[in-house]
Write a protein that binds this ligand. Structure first.
Ligand code: GLV
Length: 328
């Protein structure tokens, strides 16, 4: 029996390809050039499955061009690049990679928070520029992290991992989420649920950890930024588009927010040009999950999902159970 055919849309670790080749005829893209909609349609025409990244919009049009497709396994926890209703309608299973990247992404949220609080990138650039003439009492004054109020918008697994780290900094932790954590979890993290307005008004550091969707588009726009505490810091490690980047640039420029740490951007890899001229924003290129171990675990998880899906087993991280058909 011939092996199912799959497309791997972006470069992956050789170990992942090796594992996939044990099960599939693999069309890889180790050159890592973006395929685009046309490339995706052409390469998926004869494929049974795909290992995708968040850079590939899997739209109804792409799905229609792939009549044999049975599974799309995204190497990401977020899956706003996948048209789930269209995949389900076409009977194509979709999966993501929850769980394996929570801690690493929480680490980066903290890295950005600390860097923003203590103005690390700007002071480092200044030192490298040869501008440091010596120690001064009043020099590069930042904000204290310890003892401050940490607000978390979106208290899923990553939000909770961020909250857990705050215990070591003696912070007051407040969060807003559609559902409340259990009283046991709230006690464990010493975190209190508050309404969104209170979260905006009281947080010294506000970390965003929402999934992106039409409903969460511009969750933080000009009106929300206006409610935030003067001198607060905003951290986005979730998805571009949750923040209205133009409004954030304006708030940072005015100095109403003291700083921001941004790992994701509207329309990335394009960056709002306003950010580039500001010293009070820390910018990283969507590396929330990017430790070697975690990126490997994400790709292997996606591969495991694809192997299960195309061998008739229910993939562990199935997003659209209606697309799963048990073999007779
Ligand atoms: C990365 O952004 C992910 O969703 O895993």
């Amino acid at each position: 029996m011939s092996k199912p055919r799959i497309l791997v849309t972006r470069q992956v670790f050789p170990e992942v390809l090796e594992r996939l080749r044990q099960h599939f005829e693999v069309d890889d893209n180790q050159d890592d050039a973006l395929l685009g909609a046309e490339g995706l349609k052409a390469r998926l025409a004869d494929k049974d499955g795909a290992l995708t990244a968040l850079t590939e919009p899997v739209t109804a049009e792409v799905i229609a061009a792939a009549p044999h497709l049975r599974a799309v396994c995204n190497i990401a926890v977020g899956y706003n690049n996948l048209d789930i209703p269209a995949l389900t309608k076409a009977g194509v299973m979709a999966t993501n990679t929850p769980g394996v990247l929570d801690e690493t992404t929480a680490d980066l949220a903290w890295a950005l928070l600390m860097a923003s609080a203590r103005r690390l990138p700007a002071s480092e650039r200044w030192l490298r520029d040869g501008q440091w003439q010596g120690w001064q009492l009043i020099q590069w004054l930042g904000a204290d992290v310890h003892g401050a109020t940490l607000g978390i918008l979106g208290m899923g697994r990553i939000g909770q991992a961020v909250a857990r780290r705050a215990l070591g900094f003696d912070m007051k932790v407040i969060y807003h989420n559609r559902t409340h954590l259990s009283p046991e979890k709230e006690a464990e993290y010493q975190a209190a649920w508050v309404d969104k307005e209170t979260l905006l008004r009281e947080s010294d550091f506000l970390v965003l950890l929402l999934p992106y969707s039409a409903q969460t588009h511009h969750t933080i726009g000009a009106p929300e930024l206006a409610l935030m505490k003067p001198g607060a810091h905003l951290i986005n490690v979730a998805r571009g588009g949750i923040v209205d980047d133009s409004a954030l640039v304006a708030a940072l420029r005015e100095g109403r927010l003291a700083g921001a740490g941004m790992d994701v951007f509207e329309g990335e890899p394009k960056i709002h040009p306003g950010f580039l001229g500001l010293d009070n924003v820390v910018l990283t290129p969507h590396i929330g999950s990017s430790s070697k171990a975690t990126r490997m675990a994400m790709a292997m998880t996606a591969a495991d999902n694809l192997i299960a899906a195309l061998s008739g087993r229910r993939p562990p991280n199935l997003l659209n159970p209606d697309a799963y058909k048990e073999l007779p």
